[in-house]
Write a protein that binds this ligand. Structure first.
Ligand code: NDP
Length: 297
């Protein structure tokens, strides 16, 4: 058996088309979604991410601006910039590209962002809202994982989900989203005993670890769905996920590739978060609740 390959690129494209349509509706009502990306320093990976975000936001019809600051910026200056953006009513989404250069306190900067404009979903207020099942803005990569399942007709309710990795960026919020969608969730991490035994029980395996091909084919229950968040660059330049794709392909029912799986979804969900924030600022809700069903509705 060979698994169905879940084409994240195609799914992201259709999310972006939906976003562009909602953005055009909002613009026609007088609210053009506005995204500001703050980029501090010269980190080459961040430069590429920011360029891609800018391009995608422009294509969606947003007003988009990148504010570039030198790594020498002080914490106070950066906080003042965030406060200025919080007060600017034409800005609906603020994204401070992480990691920040040494000497800057990323946590304090994230806390300074107005939670209603926190399109990365990292502000403690939004973290709490996700846990409480309240309306908020939630992290883009885990939202992308859920969206891939939803748009591929893969049910979550009542299913056993294993989430490998417990970061605040991916694993933890993903587990909360799955719980809100009535999955039975097991959270795994570096201290989990007999990880393969846990994943073998799961109908859905989400790998967000950062270890190349950690999850082997025989860790997968035949027919399970495998969503691979990992992005790992090997010594020979190849990009691989946290799942041994070739092996898992033979066991899974459906699987995301790397690249071309979860990766393209992250920017698509960032745009989605921005249009949600803009719609709320305009007094309308432009999409179904981000965490639908169960207690998360
Ligand atoms: P973190 O390093 O923050 O977290 C990794 C998690 O994996 C930790 O919880 C850690 O456990 C766990 N872990 C590490 N080793 C093992 C192991 N041997 N067995 C089980 N669990 C283990 O990573 P992120 O969550 O930020 O990212 C994870 C991956 O996803 C990376 O490859 C990253 O590049 C990718 N990524 C992709 C994105 C995309 O757009 N597609 C966006 C964000 C990330 P513990 O807590 O015990 O240390």
């Amino acid at each position: 058996m060979s698994a169905r390959i879940l084409d994240g690129k195609a799914i992201a494209k259709s999310v972006r088309e939906d976003v562009a349509r909602r953005a055009a509706e909002l613009t026609a009502r007088g609210t053009r979604p506005g995204l500001v990306v703050v980029l501090v320093g010269e980190d080459p990976a961040s430069q590429v991410y920011v360029k891609n975000k800018d391009k995608a936001a422009l294509e969606a019809g947003f007003s988009v601006r990148t504010v570039r600051k030198s790594a020498a910026i002080s914490q106070a200056e950066l906080l003042a910039l965030v406060r200025e953006l919080n007060a600017d009513t034409s800005v609906h989404g603020i994204l401070v590209q992480l990691p920040l250069p040494k000497g800057l306190d990323a946590s304090a900067v994230v806390r300074a962002i107005d939670p209603a404009k926190d399109v990365d979903g990292l502000h403690p207020d939004n973290v709490a809202r996700l846990a409480l099942g309240d309306r908020g803005l939630f992290p883009c990569t885990p939202r992308g994982c859920i969206e891939i399942c939803d748009r591929s007709g893969i049910p979550l309710a009542g299913k056993r989900a294993a989430v490998v990795g417990r970061s605040m960026l991916v694993g933890k919020p993903l587990a909360l989203m799955l719980l809100a969608r009535d999955a039975t969730v097991t959270m795994c991490h570096s201290r989990t005993t007999d990880l393969p035994a846990v994943t073998r029980e799961a109908d859905l395996v989400f790998a967000a670890v950062g270890r190349p091909e950690l999850v082997r084919g025989d860790w997968i229950r035949p027919g399970a769905t495998v969503i691979d968040v990992g992005i790992n660059r090997l010594g020979d330049g190849r990009l691989v996920g946290d799942v041994a794709f070739g092996e898992a392909l033979e066991r899974a029912g459906a699987i995301t590739p790397v690249p071309g799986g979860v990766g393209p979804m992250t920017i698509a969900m960032l745009l989605d978060n921005t249009v949600i924030a803009a719609a709320r600022a305009a007094g309308v809700e432009s999409s179904p609740p981000v965490v639908a069903a169960g207690k998360g509705a």
